[in-house]
Design a protein around this ligand. Structure first.
Ligand SMILES: Nc1ncnc2c1ncn2[C@@H]1O[C@H](COP(=O)(O)OP(=O)(O)OP(=O)(O)O)[C@@H](O)[C@H]1O
Ligand SMILES: [Mg+2]
Length: 244
């Protein structure tokens, strides 16, 4: 099991009222899944992604990433985890404007002291189809190109999982489809697990699994729904067998 959440809850104090951003979320994700995380605005998608990526901490419950309880790690260990095992992609790309595309991609490796960061960065840029644009700065690139650079940065350390918070929200529909084709290829060819929060039906259609939140609660999980339906079918078949 790559990621395992058990009874995860998170509240925020807004003014003098508590808001339940996540209520008692229990779910697991396996290697190789392409998960779409859906739900209305304010349903808790970003909160969930931030907790899995160790950017934020839950109030209660446990979050295991490859068996390690990330809630109990020090801030330093959590930042190491983010640099090495978890890739993160944001809606607004979050590239550093003064750095070139290649420098943005290798930044997490350089922070980790990786020696052949440059060649790994060149490979990651090749993986996202931008091998020729490594020397450009973000301001010289299109939105789709910037998001490819952000994806290259997310995969450069060869993480098991990439978490993406509405990665196509700032892109036009054709560019979004190209980005999602890239995500599908990386998922299939490199076995990287993707968890993508989205309001985009195109993404939920191509995902291998759709998890839906509403008011901080997990209201639907297509993987669980499939198991339940298989169990019900077996029960029905079993019931018929006992009748005959
Ligand atoms: N840092 C924060 N401080 C206070 N409240 C927060 C914070 N982050 C999220 N919330 C609240 O938690 C709830 C869930 O927010 P979250 O951002 O996770 O929703 P979302 O599903 O990502 O929404 P959207 O689709 O608009 O991005 C909301 O009620 C929000 O106001
Ligand atoms: Mg959000």
């Amino acid at each position: 099991m790559l990621v395992k959440l058990t009874s995860v809850s998170k509240r925020y104090l807004i003014g003098n009222a508590w808001v339940d951003a996540l209520k008692n979320i229990t779910l697991s994700m396996d290697k190789g899944e392409l998960v779409a995380l859906t739900g209305p605005s304010g349903s808790g998608k970003s909160t969930l992604l931030n907790i899995i990526s160790a950017l934020d901490q839950s109030d209660s419950g446990s979050v295991l990433v490859r068996g390690v309880n990330i809630g109990t790690l020090s801030e330093h260990k959590r930042s190491v985890l983010r640099r090495r095992q978890i890739g993160i992609v944001f809606q607004s790309f979050n590239l550093m404007p003064v750095l070139t595309a290649l420098e943005n991609v290798i930044y997490p490796l350089v922070l980790s002291g990786v020696r052949d960061a440059r060649s790994q960065g060149v490979q990651a840029l090749r993986d996202v189809g931008l091998e020729k644009l490594g020397s450009l700065r973000p301001a010289q690139m299109s939105g789709g190109q910037m998001q490819r650079v952000a994806i290259a940065r997310a995969i450069v350390a060869q993480p098991d999982i990439v978490l993406a918070d509405e990665p196509t929200a700032n892109l036009d529909s054709r560019t979004s489809e190209n980005i999602m084709r890239l995500v599908e290829n990386l998922n299939r060819d490199q076995g990287i697990t993707f968890v993508i929060s989205t309001h985009d039906a195109y993404i939920t259609n191509l995902a291998s699994r759709v998890i839906t939140l509403c008011d901080g609660e997990l209201v639907n999980d297509s993987a669980v729904a499939a198991v339940t339906s298989a169990r019900q079918t077996l029960k029905r078949v079993g019931a018929q067998e006992t009748q005959t």
